[in-house]
Design a binder for this molecule. Structure first.
Ligand code: 13P
Ligand code: SF4
Length: 304
């Protein structure tokens, strides 16, 4: 089938099966084209709750599809490719959280949304990169176990010095390893008037030379508010694709062309077509896990 035929089939199957396609901001251009909603991990799941559809095809990574399932358990949630995983979420297990809770009995546990449902089920409250500091501030405990991103944990510690953050040693290889200080400096030299916006999963030394630190949807907000025509974007490369759609008259330079998330890029038009046609790969979670994980997510939503 040609690309045009695949797109037509996707549109036909969407109607026939009463399905919706959600795509994360890091998805390829052609996926953003066929998506009904594009956004960050949490916004997509929240929006999915209010859509009157039977099937959600989640063009993102597994923890995001799980979050949609947790918030809309009555819907069929499909992940188009079984290898669409987040390597940071893969770093922490439920057993790690149980062990940390034993080691720090007075601490409360905050888990980044980039975790699997069984890990969320062991935590007190969830957070995203957008609301992490506020979530930590809202807790009574003085000690906070922060799972799994050490860079986000460090960023939050700076904003909430009154608490002691106990970080887990996880990280995102895209932000931690593939966006370096050298990359950002090179782009700053090339584009002297362009402010740098960086995702908080990046290392502290990269954040220090950035003008703004923001989640993916937070970046859109910054660009709306800042009077500049061009920006350097320090996050996954296809965020610039997303930003070009949103702001066609502005120019965006990726801080590093190597910043590619392997899990996100397993999703193609073909895999979306197959997912809709064969209704694979369905996200299923035990009721007990859904209940506990939902609790952690709803607590976060309540204070956001
Ligand atoms: P956002 O929640 O900011 O979209 O980030 C998700 C993510 O995986 C960043 O690498
Ligand atoms: Fe996970 Fe990093 Fe990919 Fe985001 S960019 S989904 S944190 S591996």
């Amino acid at each position: 089938m040609s690309q045009k035929e695949i797109i037509e089939e996707i549109q036909r199957l969407k109607k026939e099966k009463n399905a919706v396609i959600l795509a994360h901001n890091y998805q390829r251009e052609e996926i953003q084209e066929v998506a009904d909603i594009i956004g960050d991990s949490l916004d997509l799941s929240r929006k999915a709750q209010n859509i009157e559809k039977d099937i959600i095809v989640f063009a993102g990574v597994k923890f995001m599809a799980e979050t949609a399932k947790i918030l809309s358990p009555e819907k069929k949630v499909l992940l188009p490719h079984p290898d669409a995983t987040c390597e940071m979420a893969d770093m922490v297990t439920r057993e790690d959280v149980i062990r940390l809770k034993k080691e720090h009995p007075d601490a409360q546990v905050v888990c980044y949304v980039n975790t699997y449902a069984d890990v969320k089920a062991e935590c007190d409250i969830c957070c995203t990169s957008r609301n992490a500091a506020n979530v930590v501030k809202s807790l009574e405990a003085e000690e906070i176990i922060f799972i799994p991103d050490r860079n986000l944990a460090n960023y939050v510690q700076k904003q909430v010095p009154e608490k002691k953050i106990i970080p887990f040693d996880g990280y995102c290889y895209v932000h931690d390893e593939l966006i370096t200080v050298k990359d950002v400096i090179l782009q700053k030299e090339k584009h002297k008037d362009a402010p740098v916006i960086t995702h908080p999963e990046a290392r502290e030394e990269v954040l220090k030379i950035s003008d703004y630190v923001a989640s993916t949807n937070g970046m859109i907000k910054v660009i709306k508010e800042v009077d500049a025509k061009e920006f350097i974007i320090a996050t996954e490369i296809d965020m610039t694709t997303r930003l070009k759609r949103e702001f066609p008259d502005k120019t965006f330079y990726p801080a590093s062309k190597n910043a590619i998330c392997r899990g996100m890029k397993t999703i193609t038009l073909e895999s979306i077509y197959r997912s809709l046609k064969d209704e694979v790969y369905e996200i299923t979670l035990p009721d007990e896990i859904i209940k506990k994980a939902k609790d952690a997510i709803l607590k976060m939503i309540a204070i956001s």
